[in-house]
Design a protein. Structure first.
Ligand SMILES: Nc1ncnc2c1ncn2[C@@H]1O[C@H](COP(=O)(O)OP(=O)(O)OP(=O)(O)O)[C@@H](O)[C@H]1O
Ligand SMILES: [Mg+2]
Lengths: 236, 343, 288
């Protein structure tokens, strides 16, 4: 049952002349939540962007469902069923919530309509502000809208970048509940600085430092490993 | 690149070219060629002044012709109102420069606050207004018909005029080069690279941009004055969009932000224009020589995106770094960043 | 009063023609941020090829279709060959599109000859209705009508259809649209072709209106188009429509009452707008 959905093999990425990722080793198992951890500037965001093709890899491989997708275009990768929730949410500010959802929906099948209804149960705020411009939403609402957009199609994998960033604890709690709920239907790769949150929903972790994978294992192991936490995360 | 030496490759080439240009009028057997080269120099000055805006400050102006036109009209009007002496001519250059300095100061203050597109369009509008004034103020400008005037007698000698313009070009080049390598020029380059950041470092970027606009305007006025003399005639075409476009195209073709580039660009465009239109007499396909001219622009963008000088310079740098470090493993990163412009 | 109405209709018709040209630029310059100086070339090619099809078939409708097809095809060629290498780089856009503009307008002379070509209004649109002193020239009314129809269609497509939504989203955030699985390049190609077809269509309608077509008309109208896009507010269709009407009316009234200013009126309008309301006369903060 341990099906590997996504695998990064010796991944390297350059942005301009900078060598940002210098060897990322990573695997996401179907149905699990894998957490990427690391200090600021470690390369977590860049890893997600490389998966989705926004900053294409210069060396190494990205494998998705056994296929190599390293050189594919972003829209192509997205259409394989990978959703991306960027750090800044990427909401179309001038479009309403409804329109934001519409852009995201690839084909209005019955399934997708059901999924949308289900998502709106999950995020009642979106329903409430259905006609409101994306730019006028609160930070938490933007986060939810962004997750809803990534999730609404038949997504096999969600890449979520720091969903708790800048949100009040009570909102973080709501976002977490939503992710726990989404986990039932899809595989998730989560970047999270908030260790408490990460440890609660993560199944496995991968520690990135200076653009390289330095450790990975099950979340339970990391929770017990005080030294590792102190060394790379500055906690404990 | 470290300390520049007096015998550096750059300076040697510079000297060779100057010597070649000094002998040129005596070697070239036809008057046409001398006149053509004079024209190249005049437009080199104009294009260099444009490069201060485009290449060093990163602003696209569609109104450069107004400064050129002011220079041309000032010289033409003063020479026809007073005597056609050298004195009056020199005074007219000064007056033109002061006037353009003033105008570019005002226009700069008014326009340079705006973001790129809007700045470009506003300069287009203002220079359009100058063009209309030139057209309608017939008592002074004779409108679109224009008027002829007598140039100072010394300039009857085309070779003398050639040297006069050459000296102007060299002086303008040296002054502008001094300008762009000065601390002030460094700030301008910083503005080009990232205006926001430069501002946050405490520079009042508007001031610097206005200064660049004044310098560019004043130098453009000089080229306008010379242009009027070269034709001994002036009409509204000196204020037209075509002049701006010429300056723009010469700068881009030669290579923005290089100062040498605009000179090369002016040479290429003037010569191409001359020969392509000349070919039309012999070969009917060249009747529509402008098509080839248009294709030249397209090819330059595709094959020399940094302009001629820019591209050659990058090649030279690559070659030099290869030569000095032969054992270097192949680098996966380009040596010069795509966006990085030359200095 | 009659004079007023005549000048008004006249200005409105001119404004609508400018709008057709500017609507393409609104897409290309306003939404996609591409400085396309070859736009005027597409306008001329629309006029020439449309008139060619019109004379050849004898049907004005066929002429219009011919112009639109030419616009689409040339739009495709322009985007693929000329624009794709220079997305995001204004300086190179200026150089390459100006070069292409020269090629396009000179090719007109090669293909159709260097002289202007006279054009007549089709018989069913010729003539005028007279109401007392007021003379309504049919072709002008026709142009005004078409202008509003086109405006309505664009408004509908942009606001109410999926493709319109994608275009608007793509302009706000190119990357994010791709992340959502949309091939933005293909969308932009389509937008570009539509904009070019609009320019060609505008050129075709312009031809009987001005009575003669010539290769140089492209650049003149392209500049008017840029002015209108700026006055109206970049990327706003309603803004472009209002600005085009304003420019048309101002031109028509000024030419009658203060002829010596009529040349300058567009420039003055644009300068005033840019100095006092650089976001455009007709945009509110949200849209801009
Ligand atoms: N466009 C870019 N140009 C140059 N450097 C970049 C660019 N994007 C990211 N970097 C650099 O790459 C490194 C990794 O960035 P990344 O955003 O992936 O870090 P991160 O782990 O997500 O950090 P954070 O926790 O702060 O979000 C950083 O040092 C950053 O400065
Ligand atoms: Mg990050």
């Amino acid at each position: 049952m341990m099906n590997s959905l996504l695998k990064l093999d010796q991944l390297q990425t350059h942005i301009g002349q900078y060598h940002i990722l210098q060897g990322i080793q990573f695997e996401a198992i179907e149905g699990e939540v894998s957490v990427l951890l690391g200090r600021n500037g470690a390369g977590k965001t860049t890893t997600l962007k490389t998966i989705i093709g926004l900053t294409p890899a210069s060396h190494g491989k990205v494998m998705f469902e056994g296929q190599e997708i390293t050189k594919r275009k972003t829209y192509d990768i997205a259409n394989l069923g990978i959703g991306y929730v960027p750090e800044d949410q990427g909401i179309f500010k001038g479009l309403t919530v409804e329109e934001n959802m519409k852009v995201a929906i690839r084909k209005e099948t019955d399934e997708v309509c059901e999924k949308q209804a289900y998502i709106l149960e999950l995020f009642p705020d979106l329903k409430k502000f259905w006609k409101k411009a994306g730019g006028h939403l609160s930070g938490g609402q933007k986060q939810m809208l962004s997750m809803a957009r990534a999730f609404v199609n038949d997504s096999k994998l969600l890449l979520i970048d720091e969903p708790s960033k800048g949100l009040a604890p009570i909102v973080v709690e709501k976002v977490m509940e939503a992710i726990t709920e989404m986990k039932k239907k899809t595989t998730i790769i989560l970047v999270e600085q908030n260790f408490i949150m990460a440890s609660r929903i993560g199944d496995t972790y991968t520690l990135i430092d200076d653009g390289k994978t330095v450790h990975s294992g099950s979340m339970a192991e990391l929770i017990g490993d005080e030294e590792l936490k102190r060394k790379y995360l500055g906690i404990g | 690149m470290g300390q520049e030496k007096y015998y550096s490759l750059k300076n040697v080439i510079f000297l060779i070219i100057i010597i070649a240009l000094i002998f040129f009028p005596y070697v070239a057997d036809s008057r046409t060629l001398t006149i053509l080269m004079t024209q190249v120099f005049i437009f080199s000055i104009l294009a260099m002044s444009y490069d201060i805006l485009l290449g060093y400050t990163g602003i696209v102006s569609f109104g450069h012709a107004m400064f050129f036109g002011i220079g041309a009209y000032t010289t033409a009007i003063l020479l026809s109102m007073y005597d056609n002496t050298m004195m009056i001519f020199l005074i007219s250059i000064i007056v033109g420069m002061i006037f353009t300095g003033f105008v570019s100061f005002l226009v700069g203050l008014l326009t340079l606050r705006l973001k790129s597109h809007f700045f470009a369009m506003l300069t287009l509008a203002i220079s359009g207004l100058f063009l209309v004034v030139a057209e309608k103020w017939r008592t002074v400008t004779k409108g679109n018909d224009g008027f002829t005037f007598r140039a100072p007698d010394l300039f009857r000698d085309r070779v003398f005029f050639y040297f006069f313009v050459l000296v102007c070009l060299v002086v303008a080049f040296l002054v502008l080069r001094r300008f762009v390598t000065s601390p002030l020029g460094k700030v301008l380059i910083a503005v080009r690279e990232n205006e926001q950041r430069t501002r946050s470092l405490g520079f009042r970027t508007l001031h610097y941009k206005v200064i660049a606009s004044i310098v560019a305007g004043v130098v453009a006025s000089l080229s306008g004055s010379l242009y009027a003399i070269s034709l001994r005639f002036v009409n509204t075409s000196v204020m037209s969009m075509d002049i701006t476009l010429d300056a723009l195209l010469m700068t881009i073709i030669g290579g923005v932000g290089t100062l040498v580039g605009p000179i090369v660009g002016s040479f290429v465009i003037e010569i191409a224009q001359h020969y392509l239109s000349g070919l039309a007499n012999d070969y009917p396909i060249f009747e529509r020589w402008i098509i080839f001219f248009g294709m030249l622009y397209i090819l330059v963008v595709i094959f020399f995106p940094k302009g001629i000088v820019g591209t050659v310079y990058v090649k030279y740098l690559t070659w030099k770094s290869k030569k000095s470090r032969p054992q270097q493993p192949k680098q996966s990163v380009p040596l010069v960043k795509d966006k990085e412009r030359l200095e | 009063m009659d004079l007023f109405i005549n000048l008004f209709i006249n200005g409105l018709a001119t404004g609508m023609l400018i709008f057709l040209l500017a609507s393409g630029l609104t897409l290309i310059f306003g939404l996609m941020d591409v400085l396309n100086f070859a736009h005027g070339g597409l306008f001329v090619w629309g006029a020439y090829s449309g008139i060619f099809a019109y004379t050849w078939s004898g049907s004005f409708i066929v002429g219009i279709l011919g112009a639109i097809v030419t616009g689409f095809v040339l739009g495709w060629v322009t985007e693929k060959l000329i624009i794709t290498p220079v997305y995001g780089n204004h300086v190179q856009q200026i150089l390459i599109t100006l070069g292409f503009m020269l090629v396009l307008s000179e090719l007109i002379k090669v293909v159709f000859g260097p002289n202007g070509i006279p054009v007549e209004v089709p018989s069913y649109l010729a003539g005028s209705w007279e109401f007392g002193e007021v003379i309504l020239i049919k072709y002008r009314i026709f142009i005004i009508f078409i202008g509003f129809v086109i405006f309505g269609i664009f408004q509908y497509v942009l606001k109410k259809t999926k493709i319109g939504l994608i275009v608007r989203a793509g302009v706000m955030d190119k990357e994010m649209v791709q992340v959502l699985g949309i091939n933005i390049k293909r969308v932009f190609l389509f937008v570009f072709m539509t904009g070019s077809a609009m320019a060609a269509f505008g050129g075709m309608l312009m031809a009987p209106y001005s009575g003669v077509i010539y290769a140089e008309m492209g650049m003149e109208y392209a500049i008017l188009g840029f002015i209108v896009v700026v006055i109206g507010g970049m990327g706003s269709f309603s803004g472009s429509l209002m600005a085009a009407i304003l420019v048309g009316l101002a031109g028509s009234f000024m030419a009658y009452y203060v002829p010596y200013l009529s040349l300058a009126v567009n420039m003055i309008l644009m300068a005033i707008v840019l100095i006092f309301r650089p976001q455009g006369l007709f945009t509110n903060a949200k849209e801009g």
